[in-house]
Design a binder for this molecule. Sequence first.
Ligand code: PBG
Ligand code: ZN
Length: 326
Amino acid sequence: MSFPNVRLRRLRQSSKIRELLEEVRVSPKDLVCPIFVQEDLKSKLAGGSMPGFERLPLSGVTDEVNSIIDLGIPAIMVFGIPSHKDDKGTSAFSDDGVVQKAISEIRKGVGNRVAIMSDVCLCQYTTSGHCGLVNGNKIDNDSSLEVLAKTAVSQARAGADVVSPSAMMDGQVRAIRTALDDAGFTDVAIMSHSAKHRSSLYSPFKDMAHSAPQFGDRKTYQLPYTNPKEAMREVETDIAEGVDVVMIKPALAYLDLIAMTRERFNVPIAAYSVSGEYAMVKAAAMQGWLDEKEVTLEILTAIKRAGADMIVTYFSKIAAKALGEK
Ligand code: PBG
Ligand code: ZN
């Protein structure tokens, strides 16, 4: 007669039984791989603080997306780095903007073998580097909505399946939904950066995408990490405005908010494991201090365990390869 606890130990003896008992499993199918496409670039260009990640020329996007598809990853998130910035962010919504061109190129190259998600924001496109239009030294929420909506429609016209507003302007989901419907894109979905926090973990991205604000910071429109109730209010508002997928961002230091969202709302949840999360693991791995693959799978599993349905991560390809080897 053994004590009941012994069951647990007994079940851990065989690796096959351990597999049978896995409660949470990360698969390449859970991942969304970001890509950065830079206008007027001739060949791939590495970004300083995101080792292993490169800005792509338009001519290189289809090959890159094919390599993502070959790893079993179902979706990409397209970010653009335009040659031209102005105070109205016009290159964000131009039909021959870098993102629009990349989307149609990808669609032509790979058809429907990948879900194309595209970032809807203005910070790469405005001279101020802010996510909305600036009036005086303030961000003008309502005039920004119009530009964000035009940007989403132009991306839908280029062939995006999902548009993903990251500007944190109030009312952005409603404005984009209305504009998409009016333009006939009723089947294009919205994945909003619903609870996007003002985080120091975005700096490698700002290097990579040339999107750092030229004055001030993003504290007037991004969420403070001190306020979980406010984060839930943002999620609730996006749902009321017709969002299809809500997002919590960053991911690893915000697992409580992912779990809270899972518990309270019956909607698909994306978690965005941001550039700083990538850089931290990469830096330690490059020193030989951590095993990159092991740590990556552990972190992604934790994000999924917290309740995320999908994870936007710069580790998508590395994780998919590691999972393939398991
Ligand atoms: C800007 C945007 C940012 C990220 C995605 N879109 C940066 C910011 O808001 O400052 C960050 C993503 C990352 O760090 O990986 N709209
Ligand atoms: Zn932005």
